[in-house]
Design a protein around this ligand. Structure first.
Ligand code: 4NP
Length: 172
């Protein structure tokens, strides 16, 4: 069964304004707070699904907080991803930087706090237009303090990534 908040995704994604659909290589940045739990999963899942769909997409991830820079993903994310056939073990945590607005076509954030943190760094409306919640108008909750949430979070992120790919395919 799909997570309950997945049901509204198709509608909310209709409102997404994908600015660069004609690019053969889309560049997508996934952002969360620590860049060790959710956005590494989002990076790995989107890379995996894009490749599976024959899409030449570049996907990276970053955090808004600096506590874990240079570290690998949280072991609970790495293990959960591996259980689903996705290897995120080689990723390295980094901080979001303003030049990411130039580098990436779309910036997907996990929750409303990430959204306001990233929008606060936008230099203009073009930067701001690139920033969207991964799940449209729902959030991907932070699993850091609850081991049991890594599997549901993986499923939420996977559903969101699948919808984005579907939306992009319908638009192009
Ligand atoms: P993430 O989870 O934003 O999904 O990577 C967190 C990881 C670390 C911390 C908070 C959230 N932290 O406070 O260190």
């Amino acid at each position: 069964m799909q997570p309950s908040n997945f049901k509204t995704l198709p509608q909310t994604l209709q409102r997404f304004n994908f600015p660069t659909l004609q690019h053969s290589q889309m560049k997508i940045l996934m952002v969360c707070l620590g860049n060790i739990c959710r956005s590494p999963l989002a990076e790995g899942i989107m890379q995996h699904l894009a490749k599976e769909s024959g899409l030449d997409w570049y996907v990276d991830s970053a955090g808004t907080g600096n506590w874990h820079i240079g570290q690998g993903p949280d072991h609970r994310s790495t293990r959960t991803a591996l259980n689903h056939g996705v290897d995120i073990s080689q990723q390295v945590c980094r901080l979001f930087k303003v030049s990411d607005f130039d580098e990436f076509d779309m910036i997907f954030v996990m929750d409303k706090s990430n959204l306001s943190d990233i929008l606060a760094k936008a230099r203009n409306s073009g930067d701001a237009k690139k920033v969207k919640l991964l799940l449209g108008d729902k959030i991907v909750p932070d699993p850091y303090y609850d081991d049991s949430q890594f599997e549901p979070v993986f499923n939420l992120i996977e559903a969101g990534c699948r919808e984005i790919i579907k939306q992009m395919a319908n638009e192009s």
